[in-house]
Design a protein around this ligand. Structure first.
Ligand code: HEM
Length: 400
């Protein structure tokens, strides 16, 4: 036998006394790795769970960092919500992962938007339809959403106080001062106060609209009754539909005017809502154009508000005011799921920018936008009314 030949008998004898300790050690490593609270294993930096074999009971609240001391909300650059792409429009989910740190934003328009919300919700904005109960159209609550509303409220207050500690300042244990509008709101929920109060309080905290959706087992026998239902929230910046008509209805009904929804989006959307993991954040954005400067619009903007025999024709270029009236509109939407209630929260951040400002963007942006407008064809063009605003907007953006 040469030196390299293994003496199996000698090896077996040497291993025998170590067998039990090695076995116990291996078992211990497995057990510890299963139960230890290792955040990096659950969430990546953008809040996503890893690997696809996540366990629902291992939910970790995202860790939010304060903005730098130098952050000045009045001068900070706002996000540019330009999701348009050149080429034919395709109806897809178009979602991307979002770092939880970028979830709720305070931008230079923050105070202005919060004040606009308050005016709309109190039916007291002179530029919006008088005699219409806009509050009823924008503030929503079903008692079955109480747990979700309170869960979301506590999450948001915690988030804003942590991320913007100079703007959301704790007063004692129970109150927070939103310094951007000088309003005091509860620091957290309590059992006695009805959920509806917190729905309204949140409109003094975040300028995003937000919609809380949850399953409603009592409606499972209805059409699309197994889907998520719109159960609570604030919808002050509706872009061409009456939010009250969508309240307490399932996702498919909410989206029924969108051409192609049933075939192209419905199954994927429902699967996505069911499978969305708690505290995972995803975002999508849309774009459109409107020929006025209103944030709350329930009777125009979209083709389904027009009578069946209405023919959409290009608007007269010379009669349009691209500084005051014609606006680029984009919504930055974010979805997440709450761990306790299982509700999905959909936030909508609306950007309304005069076309004159878009004209100042680099040529690449304008060309991409023109390419996207040209890509709106058929039903989706009729839905967005791009046959009307498209030709004059393209002409305006093309002229130097
Ligand atoms: C992944 C989630 C979602 C996707 C992929 C999606 C997709 C869409 C699409 C493609 C449109 C057409 C306009 C646009 O391009 O945005 C639309 C419109 C709309 N969506 Fe969603 N949506 C989602 C979630 C929600 C949720 C949770 C609500 C809750 C209320 C909602 C409410 C609406 C409303 C009210 C409209 C306008 C309908 C109208 O014009 O009458 N969406 N959505």
């Amino acid at each position: 036998m040469d030196a390299l030949t293994v003496n199996w008998n000698a090896l077996r004898e040497a291993y025998e006394p170590l067998r039990v300790p090695i076995l116990i050690g291996t078992l211990l490593v497995i057990v510890v790795s299963l139960f230890k609270d290792d955040k990096s294993k659950i969430f990546t930096s953008n809040g996503l769970t890893l690997g696809g074999n996540e366990k629902k009971d291992r939910i970790v609240k995202p860790v939010i960092k304060p903005v730098p001391d130098s952050f000045d909300w009045k001068t900070a650059d706002p996000l540019k919500s330009y999701p348009f792409k050149e080429g034919l429009y395709k109806l897809t989910m178009g979602i991307k992962n979002l770092d939880p740190q970028d979830y709720l934003l305070v931008e230079p328009v923050h105070a202005e938007r919060l004040q606009l919300k308050q005016k709309l919700m109190s039916n007291s904005h002179p530029d919006y339809p008088q005699g219409k109960d806009i509050r009823k159209e924008t503030v929503f609550y079903k008692p079955e959403a109480e747990m979700a509303v309170k869960e979301y409220y506590d999450f948001v207050l915690d988030y804003m106080c942590t991320k913007y500690p100079k703007l959301y300042v704790k007063i004692g244990n129970n109150q927070v001062l939103n310094k951007t509008i000088d309003e005091v709101i509860p620091a957290h929920t309590d059992d006695k106060t009805p959920g509806e109060d917190y729905v309204v309080h949140l409109s003094k905290v975040i300028d995003e609209d937000y919609i809380i959706l949850q399953k409603d087992p009592s409606r499972s026998g209805e059409k699309d009754g197994d889907e998520y239902f719109f159960k609570a929230g604030i919808f002050t910046f509706a872009a061409g539909f009456a939010p009250s008509e969508r309240f307490d209805t399932p996702l498919s009904y909410i989206h029924h005017p969108i051409p192609g929804y049933e075939d192209k989006l419905k199954p994927t959307m429902n699967r996505f809502f069911d499978k969305l993991l708690p505290f995972r954040f995803v975002t999508r954005s849309n774009f459109s154009v409107q020929t006025h400067n209103k944030f709350y619009v329930d009777d125009s903007n979209k083709g389904h508000n027009l009578s069946a025999d209405y023919e959409q024709k290009p608007l007269d270029y010379d009669s349009l005011d691209f500084e005051k009236d014609v606006h680029y509109r984009s919504e930055r939407q974010v979805l997440t799921k709450l761990p306790k209630s299982g509700a999905v929260v959909f936030t909508i951040r609306t950007y309304l920018i005069p076309m004159a400002q878009i004209k100042k963007e680099p040529k690449e942006v304008r060309e991409r936008f023109i390419g996207a407008i040209n890509g709106l064809q058929g039903d989706i063009s009729a839905y967005k009314r791009s046959k009307e605003w498209g030709p004059p907007v393209i002409k305006y953006l093309s002229d130097d």
